[in-house]
Design a binder for this molecule. Structure first.
Ligand code: ADP
Ligand code: C5P
Ligand code: MG
Length: 212
């Protein structure tokens, strides 16, 4: 049995190529709708830097090479973060204002992650797919690389990340499209335009899922 039950817990997978704007849009949704946001990449970088972590080296190598980190590591980090977020609080805020809705950003990047997460952690309610061209993504990543300090925001890693995206992540999007779970959003536009469409589509889908 999964740790969390849908639809009480709403899991929204957020996908798109590297630099498509996933993190930016999740930030907007948190501000606007109160959802919780966990980026698989951010959790992996945190674990990589954690003193005493057994997985530091393997995470570091995978990130620079644009490869997928073994799924057990990423799934455990996400599950731990969700469990912590839903711990009872005295103020009773845990389930208020969209707080039972989780944006799981940059995940699942590969089919095995998708199947295992849904079996062990929570069924997904929908998948947001931020779609733009490789050209736009590359331009955004190189610009971000000027200040991000990320080991993978450089030409060599970007090529490898794009390959992984095409070969491993696109099939995940196709899988969920067949299940009619994917909201496609053109993320080439401004942050505000993309946000407005995303918000509208999420609430339409939530209403549809609940039969309204
Ligand atoms: P991802 O999480 O998909 O890798 P980010 O949200 O980090 O992407 O965005 C990549 C870079 O592009 C960041 O520097 C961000 O500020 C910028 N960015 C995000 N969305 C837009 C947009 N709609 N227009 C222009 N730049 C954007
Ligand atoms: O999403 P983000 O671009 O921050 O991910 C950075 C890297 O983290 C990926 O290129 C990959 O090496 C690793 N990652 C992963 N599995 C995920 C998400 C990220 O292996 N689901
Ligand atoms: Mg990101």
């Amino acid at each position: 049995m999964p740790t969390f039950k849908a639809p009480e817990t709403v899991v929204i997978f957020v996908l798109g190529g590297p630099g498509a704007g996933k993190g930016t849009q999740c930030g907007e949704l948190v501000k606007d709708c109160g959802f919780r946001h966990f980026s698989a990449g951010d959790l992996l970088r945190e674990e990589q830097d954690r003193e005493g972590s057994t997985y530091g080296e393997i995470i570091k190598t995978c990130i620079v090479e644009g490869k997928i980190v073994p799924m057990e590591i990423t799934i455990k980090l996400l599950e731990n973060a969700m469990v912590k977020a839903l711990q009872p609080s005295e103020s009773g805020e845990v389930w208020e204002k969209g707080k039972g809705t989780f944006l799981i950003d940059g995940f699942p990047r590969k089919m095995d992650q998708a199947l295992k997460f849904e079996e062990d952690v929570c069924q997904s309610s929908m998948v947001i797919f931020f779609e733009t061209t490789l050209e736009v993504m590359k331009k955004r990543l190189l610009k971000r690389g000027e200040t991000s300090g990320r080991a993978d925001d450089n030409e060599a890693s970007i090529v490898k990340r794009f390959e992984t995206y095409e070969s491993q992540t696109k099939p995940v999007i196709e899988h969920y499209a067949k299940l009619d779970k994917v909201l496609r959003i053109d993320s080439s536009r401004t942050v505000e335009e993309v946000h407005e469409e995303t918000k509208t589509k999420i609430f339409e889908k939530l209403a549809k899922n609940s039969g309204n």
